[in-house]
Design a protein around this ligand. Sequence first.
Ligand code: NIG
Ligand code: FE
Length: 416
Amino acid sequence: MTEADLLLRGARLLTLAPLKEEHPRVGPTAGDVGPIVNGWVAARDGAIVATGHGESHDRLQLVESAVVRNAEGRVVMPGLVDPHTHLCYAGERWEEFATRRSGADYLAVLAAGGGIHATVRATKEASDETVLALLRRRIGDAAELGTTTIEIKSGYGLEASEELRQLRLIAQAKADAPIDVAVTYLAAHALPAPYTDDRAGFIRDARGALDTVTAEKLAEAVDAFVEKGVFEVDDVRPLFAAAKKAGLAVSLHADQLNDVGAAAFAARIHARSADHVAHASAEGIRALARAGIPAVLLPGSAFFVGYAPPEARRFIAARVPVALASDHNPGTSPLEGMPTAIALGVTLCGLTPHEAIVAATVNAAHALGRGDRTGALVAGRRADILVLDTDDERELAYRMGAPLVAEVYASGKRVA
Ligand code: NIG
Ligand code: FE
């Protein structure tokens, strides 16, 4: 008999189960949430053991201390996966926020030594304790809003020693986090002043830091901001080659404000994901589709900065797997939590509500190389589960800002 220590029953259960073997969802499956009316999901020791319909959970053997909840028709679905955040920072950017009006201004502020550089200064000045406390609070806030897996980048250190400090602080926060944390070394976010005339030297030193990153297991992936006037494809090519050689995944801030050919480059180097892609060319999109690489759409930054948001239909029509993320950061996207990203993914990017849910769960898990571990309610996966305060999951996209997340389980434990 199958044993369970957690049973959520009487639910509108969104399983997001794959049709056959697990793949990023494209085509008709891009909006298939696999609903079961009057469904149930059961878990044991942090992993899902079974799902089903009606009273068929009767055949489970519930352990003595089992948690049993009747969802009373409410939605029960996979925990949300946020595959792109910059949570490791101190300070806010009120001045920039108040004055910025366009994407071009964003790059002008950066070129003038503000923007990312302002956050780098504030983070450098803050003590380890302060940054760690901020990280822990932000991870907790994300969990409250339904996130059970979160990617966190460094990137506000710039110089290798400061980047390593950030990665070590993220490792500390990860060690006692209630949810799963995927760490990324954002090695090339902006060029710090000491390297103004030595871009190649900066990349060389970032590559040098990879030895420490791998020796201390500080990150799973390496990222770079590939953008006009920031880093070009040719600048970051050696960095990504070294990252891959070291066994790390790579992902890119690609074609966020301008088409610099970064989406096609992401496909060529078999990146784990290509992120932003608001200005990706048709050729770049075709290349992502051929390589099966998820495009992570970040509507929050388009919303706050005011540039044209990524058009989801271009990606969906081309059969590129689409994921959504918050991009939480103090500059382009101070938004909190995946429900808002889902709502903006629908209203700004043109996803359907169900496509946005797929993009914020299983496809986002694929963007983090976790497509077979979380993102769907399927036996064998981590018991990352949400209970919503509604019987219609489309409310996530519609009632923007409503407190819909009622219960959050990460690896079978109630975390919010
Ligand atoms: O994803 N564009 C590059 N990186 C971040 C913003 C960083 C910042 O402005 O602090 C992004 O938009
Ligand atoms: Fe970002």
